[in-house]
Design a protein around this ligand. Structure first.
Ligand code: PBG
Length: 328
């Protein structure tokens, strides 16, 4: 062979050639839109740290879900902001809790056209903001919390969720939820397990969105993963799969692409990656300043998450990227 070897640039000459040889394809089918629904109030409320994202009313949620469905977005994941909170987060499983009502309404509107994923945790509903029952020692009580998750799983499935997505990072949560669903005639409901979920500062804007402040300046480091660890993430995934997870998630996404890649190498189940609130907020802030091309960076970011090995992406960009992709 003579050098320089021209094989690389030869295949980059035209847009159609580049399209033909592209290894990674981002499409609307990859997108899952996170949405917030608020029990109180009758107008949607903007979230300052998440430009373009709102706390929906039931009515505005239904309209936006309809719009996303029309754009072809295959799934949404729901988070609730309840009118009242308590120590156990009982609105997470109340049959008239805001997410359960939203699931019922969306299921009535959309049937099976959009996969309705229910985030399954209690932090939006607890007065102290933790993802479970806080014990006398101030630490979240793992096994006592599993009972709350069982109740929430059944309530969400009863209300019309197609998939439940436990995000609380209690040990054994997938097995507990699987058993509860099976016992309640919901054996067909899949579990998307937030398996490798890190204690991340990138969740800041999300906590504004759901109005969660962790009591006494606390954090989630006793249950979410330490960002310094990656082998531990593979153990989390292995255990969640052994407990019956149908799909797994890595979260956050961009700062953890190495974890997405390693996950891809160890499992063949579908992998979701969560492009989280802080990752979205940084992109939007830089774009608003004209420092980056927001649309181009959005497409490049989501493409990179797929290239790392994700099959689907939870992202606040879902609606706008679906529109961008339909125009190309
Ligand atoms: C927990 C949950 C969180 C997010 C999704 N589910 C917050 C947390 O763990 O503190 C964060 C998502 C984001 O930042 O976009 N219910």
């Amino acid at each position: 062979m003579s050098f320089p070897d021209r094989r690389l640039r030869r295949l980059r000459r035209t847009p159609a050639l580049r399209r033909l040889v592209a290894e990674t394809r981002l499409g609307v089918d990859d997108l899952i839109a996170p949405m917030f629904v608020r029990e109180l109030g009758d107008v949607p409320l903007p979230i300052a740290s998440l430009p373009g994202v709102v706390q929906h009313t039931l009515d505005s949620l239904r309209a936006e879900a309809e719009r996303l469905a029309t754009l072809g977005v295959p799934a949404i994941v729901l988070f609730g902001i309840p009118a009242t909170k308590d120590a156990e987060g009982s609105q997470a499983w109340a049959s008239d809790g805001i997410v359960q009502r939203a699931l019922g309404a969306l299921r009535a509107d959309l049937g099976d056209d959009v996969v309705l994923i229910a985030d399954l945790c209690v932090d939006e509903y607890t007065s102290h903001g933790h993802c479970g029952i806080v014990g006398a020692d101030g630490i979240v009580d793992n096994d006592a919390t599993l009972e709350l998750y069982r109740r929430a799983a059944v309530a969400q499935a009863d209300a019309g969720a197609h998939v439940v997505a436990p995000s609380g990072m209690m040990d054994g949560q997938v097995a507990a939820i699987r058993a509860a669903l099976d016992d309640a005639a919901h054996a067909h409901i899949p579990i998307l397990a937030y398996a490798a979920k890190y204690a991340s500062a990138f969740y800041g804007p999300f906590r504004d969105a759901v109005e969660v402040q962790i009591a006494d300046g606390g954090d989630r480091t006793t249950y979410q993963q330490d960002p310094r660890n990656s082998r531990e993430a593979m153990l989390e995934i292995e255990l969640d799969l052994a407990e019956g997870a149908d799909m797994i998630m890595v979260k956050p996404a961009v700062a953890y692409l190495d974890i997405v890649r390693q996950a891809r190498d160890v499992t063949d189940v579908p992998i979701a990656a969560y492009h989280v609130s802080g990752e979205y907020a940084m992109l939007k802030a830089a774009a608003a300043n004209g420092w980056i091309d927001g649309d181009a960076v959005a497409l490049e970011t989501l493409t990179s998450i797929k290239r790392a090995g994700a099959d689907m992406i939870l992202t606040y960009l879902a609606g706008e990227v679906a529109e961008l992709l339909s125009r190309r």
